[in-house]
Design a protein around this ligand. Structure first.
Ligand code: TYM
Length: 381
């Protein structure tokens, strides 16, 4: 079946149809029944990402819920490829992961794939990737993880502890498989063809089920993991998949560091935020004020509205008002953009403060925290 969009871990083309993607990838929709059960056993109001379908798909999340109910427990795993500055969309999986950690008090493993990005980005030196790794780790810590229950590691540093298991996994994956799953070809460097084995290792850090919050682009790795895990005496990884926060410029493709107009980066100052939103945020409004008042705007294709809905306006009542006002034409595109600019700048201001505090904590998350200390003692065979 040829689709007019494509999603791989390195590329998103076209406008993603998420219902179709569930079918193509063979995942399950994150339905009401599961969410109600989560709400019941957590005793908490669901996070806005869950209430609003930002996380929309899963594998074996039902089994995670059973594990919680039966007291078997689970652990969380997510990661980041440090190829440049992080944009606001990158925070979505980390915020979700933190929510699950807070609610269920479980361990979190955060893999920083300096190796992957060095291998994948033709022009990047390893030094450069490692500098971005440090910067990105500050952004990740700023999300608020528990220093005693969170281990953040760079692949090139933690490799000694993972390598024995990584080669065992690698031995079970042949070139034909990674060619078809990731689109590798004859001119792909051999480092990159090994890398998928490494991204799978942390799913086996504990003899419990692993839950991976990430955007849906990372799912191909979990497909391979799920074919192998039981042979190694581990559980198949469970995953919950988020949609992509769309590029500012409209729903095609994904936000990109090489095209700064498509994204808001976590370091963008208030002026830059205003300029980018005003200039680039794709609008679902009408061409003139008169027409807009008469016909109303379309929030479904309006990026400012979607950003508020997915990330920046947690108040359900308020977002509904905004939606209705925009649809009816009471709220103009310029006014909607002003709302986003304000919410976004508040968000980034808070983030910057927590990021400053994070500078004192890097060493703890990587080496000195309770979980980190344990992890440096373990060699995974
Ligand atoms: P990376 O650095 O490409 O992306 C980091 C995380 O952000 C998600 N993501 C997004 N989420 C919402 N909206 C967007 N527009 C958006 N763009 C990216 C990604 O899905 C990812 O969760 N190979 C990985 C690093 C990695 C990893 C992992 C990620 C290693 N182990 C386990 C997730 C889970 C990478 O390069 O991610």
């Amino acid at each position: 079946m040829k689709e007019d969009f494509q999603v791989t871990p390195w590329e998103v083309k076209g406008r993603v149809d998420y219902d179709k993607l569930i079918k193509i990838f063979g995942t399950q929709p994150l339905n009401k029944e599961l969410l109600n059960k989560l709400e019941r056993i957590s005793g908490r109001e669901l996070h806005m990402f869950l209430r609003r379908g930002v996380f929309f798909s899963h594998r074996d999340f039902d089994k995670i819920l059973d594990d919680i109910e039966n007291g078997r427990g689970f652990f969380l795993y997510t990661g980041r490829g440090p190829s440049g500055p992080m944009h606001v969309g990158h925070l979505i999986p980390f915020i979700m992961t933190r929510w699950f950690q807070e609610v269920f008090n479980v361990n979190v493993y955060i893999m920083i794939t300096d190796d992957e990005k060095f291998l994948d980005e033709e022009k990047m030196s390893l030094d450069e990737v490692r500098r971005w790794a440090y910067e990105n780790i500050l952004d990740i810590i700023a999300v608020g993880f528990d220093p005693d229950k969170t281990f953040i590691f760079l692949d090139t540093e933690y490799i000694r502890n993972m390598y024995p298991l990584a080669i065992k996994i690698a031995k079970k994956i042949n070139l034909n498989l990674v060619r078809s799953v990731f689109g590798f070809s004859g001119d792909t460097n051999i480092g990159l063809t090994f890398y998928p084995a490494l991204q799978i290792v942390p799913t086996m850090f504990e003899k419990k089920r692993c839950l991976i919050p990430a955007a849906i682009d990372q799912d191909p790795y979990w497909r391979i993991q799920r074919d192998l895990a039981e042979g190694f005496g581990y559980y198949k990884a469970a995953a919950i998949h988020s949609k992509f926060l769309p590029p500012l410029t409209g729903f095609e493709g994904k936000m990109s560091t090489s095209r700064p107009e498509t994204a808001i980066f976590l370091q963008d100052d208030p002026k830059t935020v205003r300029r980018k939103i005003m200039r680039y945020a794709f609008s679902g409004g009408q061409p003139t004020i008169e027409l807009h008042r008469k016909l109303g705007g379309n929030p479904d294709i309006d990026v400012s509205f979607q950003w508020l809905y997915m990330l920046f306006e947690p108040d359900d009542k308020r977002i509904k008002e905004i939606e209705e006002d925009y649809r009816s034409g009471r709220l103009l595109t310029g006014e909607l953009k002003e709302i986003l600019i304000e919410r976004l700048n508040d968000f980034l201001e808070q983030h910057r403060q927590r990021r400053e505090e994070a500078k004192e904590l890097v060493h703890i998350f990587k080496y000195e925290g309770k979980l980190a200390r344990q992890m440096w003692e373990i060699i995974y065979e």
